[in-house]
Design a protein around this ligand. Structure first.
Ligand code: NAI
Ligand code: HPV
Length: 413
């Protein structure tokens, strides 16, 4: 357990994977200038040494924050995923270490939907093969295997923020949209839900995947699922690289069972733009390969930078965990004229009683108290009235830290 009640210039932000400069601007506007900015992802070993003095870390989809990294991150209080997916973070380990994790749940969703829409048209028109041939001096002027999108069946797996936006866009092109989701979802426009993944695979001319990485979605599309797809169908994956078994897809493309594919995410992705991209799909002209850029537009990245940096600064300044992905959510008013104590603890009986006993013993007036718990974690925020020159908040903090079951405690001045 570590003390984090510092002047802003001593609170360190480690920003990785070239997050948009809007993040840096927001942090500076909020008074945080101690920022280390790195353009690439780091390996676990590199992270373990870099993260040891960071209070906040900002990552994208490539940086793995494992239990070992959290154990090495002694001062860490918050993680910002400047993206949607949080599968790269061990969220349980973060909780055990009292580290709050935020993300940007929808800022890049339109960008992904637009890319997929473009890929549907390109694949239906056999542009990848014709483009590759033309670059080699070929001239394949033929309508064989080329189709309009109008009237074709688009099968969307995962009808969340991205899948549902794509649904609307694809209907504008005259596609018939069907989707499969494990949750009950409102079908937009004329789209309709089907009862199982197999049904969707059997019906669709184009299948596109928009699910998160979970135990259930891992290797969800393997040889048996590909075999269920219509002959000549198309597959698009801009979700996570672990959803599709690449060797099985390569075989389906080679055999001609699938006419084409567009893949943006891979089981193993390079950590920087200087590394070589390896994949059996490199050999296949009927496959559009993009380097995990579904969400990489100027608009999306700038908005994500503002959104996530804002959430981190707000947590640092105010203690609010609103919209955190791994923590009890507490939305807090500003704490003008009070000191704010933040206490993260294991959810054991009597925790709040013990904290309040400490306050009562010191005859401290509490002007606000906010508690939120879940099955095994509690987060309590206490505003106390103390004269500016008093060091009672520090004394209290030490006493609160001594309570068994405390994970982390800090004070906001
Ligand atoms: N290529 C890229 O650059 C990007 C990739 N992504 C990926 O796309 C994923 C989806 O993003 P959103 O649509 O914003 O997420 P979302 O959370 O809004 O939607 C995901 C949907 O998938 C459904 N789902 C979960 N497990 C399922 C299963 N086993 N079978 C069928 N449906 C299932 C959920 O119920 C939900 O409706 C993200 O989790 C992320 O991994 C997101 C942004 C950019
Ligand atoms: O938002 C997501 O989940 C993405 O996959 C985008 O990841 P990125 O920020 O481009 O590494």
């Amino acid at each position: 357990m570590t003390q984090v009640s510092l002047a802003k210039d001593r609170i360190k932000f480690l920003l990785l994977e070239g997050v948009h400069e809007s993040a840096v601007e927001i942090l500076k506007q909020r008074g945080y200038h101690n920022i280390e900015y790195i353009k690439t992802a780091l390996t676990e070993d590199e992270l373990c040494s870099k993260i040891s003095d960071a209070h906040f870390v900002g990552i994208r989809s490539r940086t793995e924050l494992s239990d070992r990294v959290f154990a090495a991150a002694e001062k860490l209080i918050g993680v910002g995923c400047f993206c949607i997916g949080t599968n790269q973070v061990d969220l349980q380990a973060a909780r055990r270490h009292g580290v709050v994790v935020f993300n940007a749940p929808f800022s890049n969703t339109r960008s992904v939907a637009e890319l997929v829409l473009a890929e549907i048209i390109m694949l239906l028109r056999r542009v990848p093969e014709k483009n590759a041939a033309a670059h080699r001096g070929g001239w394949d002027k033929s309508a064989a295997g080329s189709y309009e999108a109008r009237g074709k069946v688009l099968g969307i797996v995962g009808y969340g923020h991205i899948g549902s936006q794509l649904s609307i866009l694809a209907e504008q092109l005259g596609m018939q949209v069907r989707f499969y989701d494990i949750e009950s979802k409102l079908p937009l426009g004329n789209a309709h839900a089907v009862g199982s993944l197999d049904e969707l695979l059997q019906q669709a001319d184009v299948v596109t995947l928009h699910v998160p990485e979970t135990a259930q979605t891992q290797w969800m599309i393997d040889a048996p699922q590909l075999a269920k797809m219509k002959k000549g169908a198309l597959l698009i994956n801009a979700s996570r690289g672990t959803v599709v078994v690449i060797d099985a897809l390569a075989e389906a493309l080679r055999s001609g069972h699938l006419a084409g594919a567009a893949i943006d995410v891979f089981p193993v992705e390079p950590g920087s733009n200087n590394e070589v991209f390896e994949s059996p799909l490199r050999q296949l002209d009927n496959c559009i390969l993009t380097p995990h850029v579904g969400g990489s537009t100027q608009e999306a990245q700038e908005n994500i930078g503002v959104e996530v940096a804002g959430k981190l600064a707000h947590y640092s300044d105010n203690g609010s965990t609103l919209s955190a992905v791994n923590f009890p959510e507490v939305s807090l008013p500003a704490h003008h004229g009070a000191r704010r104590l933040l206490h993260i603890h294991e959810n054991r009986p009597g925790m709040l009683t013990r904290i309040n006993q400490l306050l009562a013993e010191q005859s401290i007036n509490v002007s606000g108290q906010y508690l939120q718990t879940d099955a095994d974690l509690g987060y309590v925020v206490i505003d106390i009235d103390t004269p500016a020159e008093s060091d009672i908040a520090d004394t209290l903090l030490d006493a609160m830290r001594a309570i068994e079951g405390t994970i982390r405690a800090r004070v906001l001045y």
